[in-house]
Ligand binder design. Structure first.
Ligand code: SAH
Ligand code: SF4
Length: 352
């Protein structure tokens, strides 16, 4: 298989070009065309030499994943089904927010091996990892679709690794993709604009010092081992004690937090004892809790608590001195909300 052009950081592309007898600066030109101008038609690049163009044509792969389905929610959330060259598909979601923020929720694997009992993706099992070029390719395919269909103002501003898959299970590819997203001469996304969410793979959390310094969110969902194991089988291997000792090693810059995602499920983890448990577990200075009300999907066995209960839970944590937010549910009508992503073409197309 030819290497994907989208899998190279700028430094790696310079080295690669040099190793192929091409000019080093051609890497900077190529980066400018693809990541600044969203132009993938290399024959149309006037400042790039014929030799470099021939190399890209014959030795590299510059095709983007294909958008094969899209859905538009009433609240402006767009969901895309993106097909890779081997026909495997993943879902990616674009979520609008205040101040022209447009967040792309990216998938990092086809399916997921972790098997959380509440998660639609988890029911698929793991089909395969995505390569760095496929992760960046999702961004570029959707980014260029938005530019063409919705105009030059529509730029993706943030990334969350919260689509299908466990990003730290695919550590090296997600790391490379992140380096590419952050490249100053390319997309230039800042470290605060990228968030990685993990179910708690302890050995990889311990390697986060080796990762660009992005935001980290830990899917906690329970403050007791027995309940967390029921929801997330990974807790059998990496229990709360091991998880929190690994979290302590994450390098945090001044004023930065670890976000703890807490999936709120009716009559399961939404009681006073859960508030007490979280309050005991989380260090005040460096923790933020983000409550995710459970998003129901066809066949899900868990239920979402009432709005009153969700607000009570937040207020109770705030009263304990924990910074706590509630994640707005977006894209519910097209099954695009957190944890609902499963690559199937059976969802009705609500685009028009
Ligand atoms: N695998 C990573 C990232 C993808 S899942 C992780 O688990 O952290 C992103 C978030 O969605 C996680 O916090 C996950 O627990 C949550 N999630 C999964 N299923 C959900 C559902 N049905 N409703 C709400 N959130 C869900
Ligand atoms: Fe995988 Fe995250 Fe879903 Fe768990 S919640 S099965 S880790 S995608």
């Amino acid at each position: 298989m030819r290497p994907s052009l989208f899998s190279y950081s700028l430094i790696d592309l310079r080295d690669y070009f040099v190793s192929q007898g091409l000019a080093k600066f051609a890497a900077d030109q190529v980066y400018n065309w693809i990541y600044r101008k969203y132009n993938f038609d290399f024959e149309s690049w006037p400042n790039v030499s014929a030799k470099v163009k021939a190399h890209i044509k014959n030795e590299m792969d510059i095709t983007l994943p294909k958008i094969v389905w899209k859905g538009l929610s009433e609240d402006g959330t767009r969901k895309f089904l993106v097909q890779m060259s081997d026909k495997q598909t993943v879902e990616s979601v674009v979520i609008p927010a205040k101040n022209n923020r447009l967040t792309l929720c990216l998938s990092t694997q086809v399916g997921c091996a972790i098997g959380c009992t509440f998660c639609h993706t988890g029911t698929m099992g793991l089909k395969r990892h995505l390569g760095a070029g496929e992760i960046v390719g999702q961004f570029m395919a959707i980014g260029s679709w938005l530019l063409q269909e919705e105009g030059p103002e529509t730029r993706l501003t943030n990334i969350v690794y919260m689509g299908q898959g466990e990003p730290l299970h695919n550590f090296d590819n997600v790391k490379n993709a992140t380096i590419i997203f952050m490249e100053d001469h390319g997309l230039c996304l800042g470290q605060r604009k990228i968030t990685l969410s993990t179910s708690g793979l302890v050995p990889q959390i311990e390697r986060l010092s080796d990762f660009p310094p992005i935001n980290v969110a830990i899917s906690l969902h329970a403050s007791r081992d027995d309940m967390r194991t029921e929801l997330m089988p990974i807790n059998k291997v990496y229990d709360l004690k091991r998880l929190f000792s690994a979290i302590q090693k994450i390098p945090l810059k001044a004023h930065r937090h670890i976000t703890y995602e807490y999936l709120l499920i009716k009559d399961l983890n939404d009681g006073q004892e859960d508030i007490e448990g979280l309050s005991r577990l989380l260090p005040r200075k460096v923790s933020k809790v983000n409550i995710i009300p459970f998003n129901e999907y066809p066949g899900s066995k868990f239920k979402r608590p009432s709005d009153e209960r969700i607000i009570w839970f937040q207020k109770s944590l705030l009263a304990k001195g924990l910074i706590t937010t509630i994640r707005a549910t977006k894209g519910q009508d097209i099954l695009a909300a957190c944890g609902q992503l499963k690559s199937e073409l059976e969802t009705p197309n609500l685009w028009n």
